[in-house]
Write a protein that binds this ligand. Structure first.
Ligand code: GLA
Length: 390
C-alpha cells in the first residue's frame, strides 16, 4: 500500500513524501441515532479507513489528490482564501477542517502536498467523511504543533462537517475515529463526552460488515428531519414532565417516558422518541453483556435495535432488512443490525469464525435473488484511532 502510494506521490508532486498516516472508519455496535439525543453509543474504529502521505510546503498552498477519485486529478486551494467550493468535491472535507482550525484562531502557517487512498466504501455508512476529516486534523495538529487532544480534534471535525459541509451529524463518528482503541469498543456518553473503553471480547465471533451496495438516497434530508422530530419530542416531554428537569431526550428512562408519553399522541414524533429512549437503554444493557462476554444476549440486543430502527425510527430499508432477516437464519450468526445513518449502506453481523465463508456464500446468493444487487463483505478488525504510522 505505502510503496504504491509513495510512487504515486512522487509522480504527482515530483518530490518524496515525508510522513504516512492512517485514519480508521467506524462501525457502531449499538446506540443508533441517539448521539444527537444525548444518548450512549458503543462504536468501534475499524481497520478499513483512509491513508495519507504528507509533505509540508513552504508556501500556503494545499494540493490534494485521492486515488479513489483519480479522474479529479490534483486539486488545490490556498490557506489564505478558503471557501466551500463544489468543484473541489471530496476535498471540501479536509479543506473544511483547515478552515475550522483558522476560525478557532489556530495558525495554519504553511500548506501541504497530500495523497489519499481509502479502502472504506464511500457513502456506505462507515464514516469515510469523518475518517478524512480526523486525518486532516491530526496531520495539522502534528505539523503545526497545536497540542489538541483527540477529543478536541473530534469536536472540531464535527463542527467542520456541521458548518462547512452542511451535514448536521452528531459527535459519534469523529469521536470513535479520533479516540479508537485496538480491540476495544468505546462507550461514549454523547451528552457529557465521558467515555470508557470496553474490551471487545468477541471470542470466536467476528464483526462482519455487509455492504448492501444500495445507494443512500435522501440520507441528509431524512437525517435532518429525524433530528428535528427528536427536538420536537424533547421540547414537549421536557415541558410536561414535572418530577425532575430533563436534560436531553435520552436523559429520560423508559419508565419516565411512559408516565408522560401521551403528550406526543400517536404521531411519528412519538415513534422517534420511543426509539431513542429504548435504544439508550439497550446500549447500556449491551455494554454489560459485552463486558461479561455474554455474546448471545449482546446479539439479541442488536436484533432488537434493528427492529426499532426499522419500525419506530424508520431509517432502515428493504435491502438492510433483507440482510438482517437472512442473517437470522444462518448458522453461526448471533446478532445483526444496520449500522450508521441507514437508508442503505451497511449492516453488521456477529458471525462465528468457522461459519463466515458459508455465511458470505449464502447471503450473497439469497440477497442477490431478492434485491438484484451484489452485496460486499468485510471482516472487520477493531483498530486504534487516527495516527502517524511507519
Ligand atoms: C451518522 C452520523 C452520526 C450518527 C449516526 C446514526 O453516522 O454522522 O453522528 O448520528 O449517523 O447513529
Amino acid at each position: 500500500m505505502k510503496e504504491q502510494m509513495s510512487l504515486e506521490f512522487l509522480n504527482s508532486y515530483t518530490a518524496a513524501s515525508e510522513a504516512f498516516y492512517f485514519s480508521p472508519g467506524r462501525v457502531n455496535l449499538i446506540g443508533e441515532h441517539i448521539d444527537y439525543n444525548g444518548g450512549m453509543v458503543l462504536p468501534v474504529a475499524i481497520n478499513l479507513g483512509t491513508y495519507a502521505l504528507v509533505r509540508p510546503r513552504t508556501d500556503t498552498k494545499v494540493r490534494l489528490k485521492s486515488l479513489n477519485f483519480e479522474s479529479l486529478g490534483v486539486l488545490s486551494f490556498d490557506l489564505n482564501s478558503i471557501q466551500y467550493d463544489a468543484t473541489l468535491d471530496w476535498a471540501n472535507y479536509p479543506m473544511g477542517v483547515l478552515y475550522t482550525l483558522q476560525s478557532k484562531g489556530y495558525q495554519t502557517t504553511f500548506g501541504f502536498d497530500l495523497l489519499f487512498y481509502g479502502d472504506l466504501p464511500n457513502g456506505a455508512g462507515l464514516s469515510s467523511s469523518a475518517s478524512i476529516e480526523v486525518l486532516m486534523a491530526t496531520i495539522a495538529n502534528d505539523y503545526y504543533e497545536l497540542g489538541l487532544s483527540g477529543v478536541e480534534i473530534a469536536k472540531l471535525c464535527q463542527l467542520s462537517e456541521n458548518q462547512f459541509n452542511g451535514v448536521n451529524c452528531g459527535i459519534m463518528d469523529q469521536f470513535s475515529i479520533a479516540m479508537g482503541k485496538k480491540d476495544h469498543a468505546i462507550m461514549l456518553n454523547c451528552d457529557t463526552l465521558d467515555y470508557t473503553y470496553v474490551p471487545a471480547t468477541l471470542g470466536d465471533y467476528r464483526i462482519v460488515i455487509i455492504n448492501t451496495n444500495k445507494k443512500r438516497g435522501l440520507v441528509d434530508s431524512e437525517y435532518n428531519q429525524r433530528r428535528t422530530e427528536c427536538e420536537t419530542a424533547f421540547g414537549l416531554l421536557k415541558s410536561n414532565y414535572k418530577k425532575r428537569p430533563i436534560t436531553s431526550l435520552c436523559d429520560m428512562t423508559p419508565k419516565e417516558f411512559i408516565e408522560v408519553s401521551e403528550v406526543l399522541e400517536a404521531s411519528s414524533v412519538y415513534k422517534r422518541a420511543i426509539h431513542a429512549i429504548q435504544e439508550n437503554f439497550r446500549t447500556k444493557s449491551s455494554k454489560a453483556e459485552l463486558t461479561d462476554g455474554n455474546l448471545l444476549a449482546f446479539g439479541e440486543w442488536m436484533y432488537s435495535s434493528h427492529e426499532s430502527l426499522k419500525n419506530s425510527f424508520e431509517v432502515s430499508c428493504y435491502e438492510l432488512d433483507t440482510v438482517v432477516e437472512l442473517s437470522r437464519k444462518e448458522r453461526g450468526v448471533i446478532g445483526a443490525r444496520m449500522t450508521g445513518a441507514g437508508f442503505g449502506g451497511c449492516a453488521i453481523a456477529l458471525v462465528h469464525k468457522d461459519h463466515i465463508a458459508d455465511y458470505e456464500t449464502n447471503i450473497s446468493k439469497q440477497y442477490k435473488a431478492l434485491t438484484g444487487i451484489d452485496a460486499s463483505f468485510y471482516v472487520a478488525r477493531i483498530s486504534g484511532g487516527t495516527a502517524r504510522v511507519e
